[in-house]
Design a protein around this ligand. Sequence first.
Ligand code: P6P
Length: 378
Amino acid sequence: HAAEAQRTDLMTITRHVLNEQGRHPESRGDFTILLSHIVLGCKFVASAVNKAGLAKLIGLAGDTNGEEQKKLDVLSNEVFVKALVSSGRTCVLVSEENEEAIIVDAPLRGNHEFDKIMVTVSSHQKLHGYCVCFDPLDGSSNIDCGVSIGTIFGIYMIKDKDNVTLDDVLQPGTDMLAAGYCMYGSSCTLVLSTGNGVNGFTLDPSLGEFILTHPNIKIPNRGKIYSVNEGNAKNWDAPTAKFVEKCKFPQDGSPSKSLRYIGSMVADVHRTLLYGGIFLYPADQKSPNGKLRYADATLNCKGRVIAEVRYMWHGSVLYEVFPMSFLMEQAGGQAFTGKQRALELVPRKIHDRSPIFLGSYDDVEDIKALYASESIIG
Ligand code: P6P
């Protein structure tokens, strides 16, 4: 009977989120409605990604009249923007694909009829509006070779839905309510946290439902894998270089770590979350000879410019670093920028970037110690 019960007790992501909502009796279900629209977007993108390989052959993505086949990341962005706006629960959107933040038209920010009733019945209940920061299809350059790619998202509550400003978005990651990613690979897996642990759901295409397959994910305290693009080693700062050196040539006689780097953040982070280890997106200091568009630092000698240095940060704060850091902390790991706890960063601009070191708690502690000793030595 237990086996039978297991097979038929399908916990879908919708039921799971409704159960979560039950923990907040005052909730009106806005958050559940918002999440259901994000899930809808993920289902659509999963279907489009699966067909991508064939699309060129039989023109699935474009019209039969030969319209230019839309790039999947553009198509995915349109899908998520439309899904989020039509949820009637968003006020501002930040997408990796859009230079400017999208301020949702006031009538679409909330179900005004319902709001009017709510205001008369219980005016103390703040009418909720949300900000969603997302990368609709991170790693899309990997589509043509079939490597897993993904959608990454983070959700904030808006302070005053009738007076939305960019300040609502340029908040530290500690203000995030929820975060998640959907990985489109051999199977479609959605990993989500609403602040009460991390859960993984796998899409059952025959049901069209995400089923709970990875309840209460906890990352191992230490892992056997480090994940970084070694091709940038010449530009790493000393603590990162020392850390990677220790992974390869441990001083304490422990076995060296394995290097696994897929080059698609969602896939690298998902493996790190399940197997343990550390994912590194270090700052890399490029000192090109040519003139830079923006110089972050100019080295002068006797009034003559001898070099210009530009730090190229990796990892977009709002829709890569923050959501992945939120998930790691919720799973018992941690996330560090080289200077501070990643979630305590306060972005100045919506596409700000930052170095990021995230994964198993003890592995991140090791690199934090190297940065701390460097800052003491100076
Ligand atoms: P690099 C994909 O383009 C991406 O944004 C992430 O998904 C991935 O982790 C990273 O870039 C790879 O960057 O410089 O190592 O090729």
